[in-house]
Design a protein around this ligand. Structure first.
Ligand code: SAM
Length: 224
């Protein structure tokens, strides 16, 4: 249950030196560098085994990014994976980290208003039954929260192999006043869109099985 993992009381309490030690030397160290004012910009919600983050880390080496994952063992695996990559590739993968948390409850504890430029929801759990739709990670209520933490021009990426969930995520986004769909040209021009299908472990499984996927990519727009 939630009582087993600590939650920062506000985004100011997120321990950046724990997650990104090379960018944020610990306060007690001798390093004289000015404390970095950089913030986490990408969040992979329900990151699973972390494949997307690992791809993004080298594509955007100066952007801080974090995965949020509910399962303890899976989170530990991603931690180990990142540590191993940091050791075998000096100065790389320093910008990526993971945290065990329930993203449906604690997004506002991690990110402040207009902080994020990208949020990812790749192959989220479908929760088929109508009475369980409230457990879906994209919902009208949660989109309000995501709109709060994503900056104007920031992008939400979603993909699923479950058609009904794909329709649901798309319609929630279409009906939200603070999001608009990207045009086909914009989708083609965005290198991140190409990763959605193939970078994560779930995506690779769907690809191996020749499954169809349903993508919805929306931009956070200004309040009218
Ligand atoms: N995005 C990954 C991928 O594409 O391979 C994982 C997809 S997996 C089907 C869904 C993941 O979301 C699981 O690892 C699950 O533990 C995680 N998850 C479900 N609900 C969550 C929540 N409320 N907060 C954080 N993670 C959650």
């Amino acid at each position: 249950s939630d009582s087993h993992f600590p939650v920062p009381i506000s985004p100011h309490h997120v321990d950046y030196s724990f997650h990104f030690p090379q960018f944020f030397p610990s306060p007690n160290s001798d390093s004289s560098s000015d404390s970095d004012s950089r913030k986490i910009e990408f969040a992979d919600i329900g990151c699973g085994f972390g494949g997307l983050l690992i791809s993004l880390a080298t594509l955007f080496p100066n952007t801080l990014m974090i995965g949020m994952e509910l399962r303890d063992k899976v989170t530990e695996y991603v931690k180990e994976r990142i540590l191993a990559l940091r050791i075998s590739n000096p100065n790389q993968y320093q910008n990526v980290s993971v945290v065990r948390t329930n993203s449906m409850k604690y997004i506002p504890n991690y990110f402040s208003k207009l902080q994020l430029s990208k949020m990812f929801f790749l192959f989220p759990d479908p929760h088929f039954k109508e009475k369980n739709h409230r457990r879906r990670v994209i919902s009208p209520f949660l989109l309000d929260e995501y709109a709060y933490v994503i900056k104007e021009g920031g992008i939400i990426y979603t993909i699923t192999d479950v058609e009904e969930l794909g329709e649901w995520m798309k319609s929630c986004l279409e009906n939200h006043p603070l999001f608009e769909g990207l045009t086909d040209e914009e989708l083609d021009a965005d290198p991140v869109v190409k990763l959605l299908k193939c970078a994560t472990e779930e995506g690779q499984k769907v690809e191996r099985n020749g499954g169809q996927t349903f993508t919805a990519v929306f931009r956070r727009i200004a309040m009218k």
